[in-house]
Design a protein around this ligand. Sequence first.
Ligand code: SIN
Length: 528
Amino acid sequence: MQFDVVIVGSGIAGLFTALRCSQRGFSVLVVTKSRIKSSSTNWAQGGIAAVLDPSDDEAIEAHVQDTLSSGKGLCDEAIVRSVVVEAAHRISDLVSFGVGFDGDSQGYHNAIEGGHSTPRILHSKDRTGAEIEQALEMAATSVGSATLKINEDWMAVDLIQTDHGTPSSGVSGIWCLKPDGSVVKIQAKSVILATGGCGMLYNSTTNPAVSTGDGVAMAHRCGADITDMEFIQFHPTSLHGVQRPFLITEAMRGHGAVLMTRKEHLAWRSHGGDPADWSYMKGQSPLGSLGTRDVVARATDMQLKISGDSHVLLVTEHLESEELRLQFPTICERLENLGITFGRDPIPVRPAAHYLVGGVSVDEFGRCLSQGLAIPGLYAIGETARTGLHGANRLASNSLLEAVVYAERCANHLRDYVSKSASFSDIPDWRADGLSSLEEHAPLGTDLMALRNTMTRDVGLVKSDSRLSRASRRIRHLSMEFEKIWTSSLPTRELVELRNLIICAELITGASMERRENVGLHYNIDLD
Ligand code: SIN
């Protein structure tokens, strides 16, 4: 199997790049380890932040400033400006691929989320990600498999490095686990990592089960720079008490919903008045419940620790319930299945791991870097990449924007790169000799549980030096045990995912130990 471009992952970043590359006449293969739609994109509710008139300097500047302020001084300002200015073009691209955003003849409807000073979030009710995924999937599958092939249930295991060499010699394909359990080599002039984040490291996450840090771990094994891993974003309002993770979009707070503890809610119910005045968020941020995520999630966590409650409440009783139903139909349906009615019942929520702000360091074209230099043929986009847009705390709804902007840039850069690339060289087969099947080892689920418990307890919203040291020891031990299994076993998806999660856990813990200041999403009580 030989392709111009192999893309790992089928969310907005992967599919948009695939479409663009096939339009340029490249042969493209997308591999996705589950179904096409099993991506984080498909679960995104709120929307995509965008100023639709690139000549509106004031609006552009406001989006830039909100992004910088949310990023707490660690954004790359030049990148922020360039991404914000490009938004309008990429929105029209999405629309031309069939994405429908809410609006009327006057224009699109703009929602507001935490940290935004003005409404600028395009959305499709509360299922924006699903709308984007659906449209891009339809566009990609209608291209025809002669130029754009999508292999579901194919899992990338590792990158093939050119001449088995150093990062500077580049990447020339991937090893891939097929549904029948065999590992095949797929040669490619370029590989794009678009595998999303690693929310599965935490017991409570808003991410789908595929979020196991595959792209970050693969790039790390090949010598890429991995940066800002200490910035794990927790979303303040994940629905509490359900098996399958479910987000309650921040756009609900943008619409007027207010966070309260159980006690505050009871007090407000008996005294009345402005609900925001009763919320613990009142003293925490000038924006109250709509503060940036780092602030709201940490304040919520603190309330839970003080009260011993398992959740706080997202209060909507003061809002027009029919309006809520219209704006948030997916959430409404999910809640009604649980016996919770908008405008009547408070919604139980708690913070959950939501987004990996750091990742593989890339340049302005999405090229992966190693010691600051581009690795030939290797790109990372979307949540897998660290572009410099988000700084220490991503502004809500900037992630779909970043993904589509970098997908376009990457496809543009590939135009030259692919045409200049040498033809394919010989690569030996996967090391398969003497490997035993996995059943001979202890169940991997136990190791996964231990890893997730460690990350949740010790490397979560609130860290400390002793917790980080304890986590680091435990993860090192797990990693050593795992290495024995890995080197002697035939790979399975479960095994490959655990390998990648362990690496991400090491990277997050290491980066958290190294950062000696509290900033944005990184908070260590010993640095206070
Ligand atoms: C949300 O809808 O609250 C999530 C949006 C985001 O993570 O950017």
